[in-house]
Design a protein. Structure first.
Length: 312
């Protein structure tokens, strides 16, 4: 028995190696099924036509491949591409059945078993050229108390010729730039930006836009009620007068941030007797205010006065 095991041991060893190799080969060639969702590209040969809307932009495919190719299915790009021939010349719905050969796989060992959906519908439209204005696409807000002065925004060029599907362009009144960040801005600035064109739309000229964005302090108004009036007179001045009111109300205008920090205690309202004449019946109250702040209605500062009567 032992002699049988040891007889021609060299041949037996070779046979064992071949058997193991064949087993690994068989396992390696075992086919497996894999499903993936892939993008669908649709091209139109007729330059006067364009795809306005496809029923789907992605499809699901079932693939079968040797086990050794599974990593390629997972890692490499797989795309389906269908070409609509130049014989299609009218706008409307166009349907087709996607074929296995139109799915671009990374290896001939990988086969397409099933495509979902099996029928795809696209809406074709006539290509037209249209002139559209350029609008900046702002994101965020300037710093508190500041704003964009829309009336002084400068855009060059402010309009462009663009080409695209008729049904899509007729719904548009402008094309947007790429996003321009306004967050925290307190000063005017300039940018050169690209256009952010919708899918299917292209500019017929250089699509770089030069834009100047003016940032300014935000103005506002604030009412102040019953501000005490102080009397200012030269030492030794004894001219009698009568002031029927002791407080005054008015509205101030100026930078919003400054106004919000301003209160009655920070405003000096005074009447200078040295500038009044004996026959004056009305006087103008003076205000000491922060820079860039003024009275909305100067007439609100007028008060009655009688310079021939002693003060009460």
């Amino acid at each position: 028995m032992i002699s049988w095991l040891t007889r021609d041991w060299g041949l037996k060893l070779v046979a064992l190696v071949l058997a193991v190799g064949l087993w690994f080969y068989a396992v390696g060639e075992e086919s497996v099924e894999v499903e993936r969702t892939i993008p669908l590209e649709i091209q139109v040969k007729n330059k006067q036509m364009s795809v306005l809307k496809p029923s789907v932009k992605k499809i699901r495919v079932k693939l079968i491949a040797p086990r050794t190719r599974v990593s390629e299915i997972a890692s490499k790009d797989i795309v389906a591409r269908h070409v609509i021939g130049s014989e299609v010349k009218t706008a409307g719905d166009y349907s087709f059945r996607l074929e296995s050969r139109e799915v671009r796989v990374p290896s001939p060992d990988i086969r397409v078993m099933e495509i979902t959906p099996d029928v795809i519908v696209v809406t074709l439209d006539e290509m037209i050229v249209q002139k559209l204005k350029v609008s900046p696409d702002f994101v965020g807000e300037p710093a508190y108390g500041y704003k964009v002065n829309d009336a002084e925004i400068r855009i060059d060029p402010n309009a462009l010729l663009v080409e695209g599907p008729k049904g899509q362009l007729e719904k548009m009144d402008a094309v947007l730039t790429e996003r321009i960040d306004l967050v925290g801005r307190i000063r005017s600035f300039r940018r050169t930006v690209k256009l952010n064109l919708p899918e299917g739309i292209r500019a017929l000229s250089e699509a770089m836009i030069d834009i100047v964005i003016p940032i300014q302090e935000e103005s506002g108004e604030k009412a102040f009620e019953n501000v005490p009036i102080k009397i200012l007179q030269d030492s030794g001045q004894t001219q009698p007068f009568e002031l029927p009111v002791s407080v005054i109300s008015f509205v101030l205008k100026g930078p919003r941030v400054v106004l919000e920090e301003l209160d009655t205690s920070k405003i000096l309202a005074y009447l200078d007797l040295s500038v009044l004449k004996p026959d004056d019946s009305e006087a103008l109250v003076q205000l000491r205010l922060p820079a860039d702040v003024s009275v909305k209605d100067p007439d609100a500062l007028k008060v009655p006065v009688n310079m021939n009567s002693p003060p009460k």
